[in-house]
Design a protein around this ligand. Structure first.
Ligand SMILES: Cc1cc2nc3c(=O)[nH]c(=O)nc-3n(C[C@H](O)[C@H](O)[C@H](O)COP(=O)(O)O)c2cc1C
Length: 336
């Protein structure tokens, strides 16, 4: 698969998010017109044990293509074997995680820790790339800390090793999720890079997705938390990009029916209910009475009552404007 052609068709990539972007959610977002999708990170080492839990994180439906499976690790042999396994599953690309800031991961020399040792990065890219014939992509932070930002060098190494794109979350590892994603830095890296670059971080509206794409010159943008507040963000951004009418009717009733169906066909009833509660509480951000809505939501145990409660709240607010809540802290932790 030629990933750059896919980005030309739809440059709005669904960011990997652990605990969120499972098969059900990816399928849902594809129907909401996102571009390529990527699984949450899975441990290359964990894959060796074929654990059911790990394999479940990597599942996808045929209509989700193009789909990438993200892995992390530090051992060349283990990463190569994991990449081969992913190719065998029929995924379109392997994505390597060099952005995870979580202590448990970086202590072992994986995730964003690899950014401190570019010769190791080069070895990992070479070993993984030579193990498979599908594309290999990478996702990085801008560096370990403010003093050692190095995405220009990372992009050069990635180009030399035949990597298909570099996705940049515009924060250093030291920043965690504080401050802002540095789109000026992303633009500078893109202007010098010889391979496709995806920019990522803090895109909260379809208009901002277009602005970031145009101003940075990136080949695509990745959106994570933005689709948890506005589930129509991908459809609206794509419509703007294709110069179509971007006014999409926000049919929450249909949305929740579809979302629940997807969740219930993948998870057991308890987890499906929990996922729906979580997502509906995020989708309520910026609408009147959201705080009250959330308080009661998590007390509900019974399925019919839950769906009735959700439908009732969202039918009352669906014609109301959604207030901008982007200055409020939201999901300030994750694996990239
Ligand atoms: C809950 C959560 C889980 C995440 N899990 C992953 C992950 O598994 N792999 C990864 O590369 N990035 C992960 N990230 C980082 C996102 O992909 C993205 O880089 C980050 O959220 C910034 O983009 P955004 O502002 O559009 O959300 C995660 C982020 C969040 C909030």
């Amino acid at each position: 698969m030629n990933l750059i052609n896919e980005l030309v068709k739809n440059p709005f990539v669904l960011a990997p998010m652990a605990g969120i972007t499972d098969k059900a959610f990816r399928g849902f977002m594809r129907q909401m017109n996102c571009g390529p999708v990527i699984t949450e990170l899975v441990s290359a080492k964990g894959l060796q044990y074929n654990s059911e839990k790990t394999l479940k994180l990597m599942q996808f439906d045929s209509y989700q293509h193009p789909v990438g499976v993200q892995i992390f690790g530090e051992d060349l042999q283990t990463l190569s074997e994991a990449a081969k396994f992913i190719e065998g599953m029929g995924a379109d690309f392997v994505d390597l995680n060099f952005g995870c800031p979580v202590p448990k991961v970086v202590k072992k020399g994986s995730g964003s820790a690899v950014l401190k040792d570019l010769s190791k990065l080069k070895k990992i890219l070479r070993a993984t790339k030579s193990a498979v014939s599908i594309p290999v992509t990478i996702k990085v932070r801008t560096g370990w800390d403010a003093q050692t930002r190095n995405t220009e060098q990372v992009a050069q190494i990635a180009y030399d090793e035949g990597i298909s794109w570099v996705a940049i979350h515009g924060r250093t590892r030291a920043q965690g999720y504080s401050g802002q994603s540095d789109w000026d830095y992303i633009r500078r890296v893109k202007s010098e890079a010889r391979l496709p670059i995806l920019g990522n971080g803090d895109i909260t509206t379809p208009q901002l997705a277009i602005k970031r794409l145009e101003e940075s010159g990136c080949d695509g943008v990745m959106i994570g938390r933005g689709c948890l507040k506005n589930p129509w963000i991908f459809r609206e951004a794509l419509n703007l990009y294709l110069k179509k009418n971007h006014n999409v009717h926000h049919d929450f009733k249909g949305l929740f029916q579809d979302l629940y169906e997807k969740m219930a066909s993948f998870h057991d009833e308890r987890i499906a209910g929990l996922q729906i509660k979580k997502l509906s509480s995020w989708f309520s951000a910026g609408y009147p009475g959201a705080a009250n809505y959330r308080r009661e939501l998590f007390k509900i145990k019974e399925h019919d009552e839950l769906m009735g409660y959700i439908t009732n709240y969202f039918s009352n607010i669906s014609n109301q404007p959604q207030k901008d809540t982007s200055s409020e802290s939201f999901l300030m932790g994750g694996h990239g």
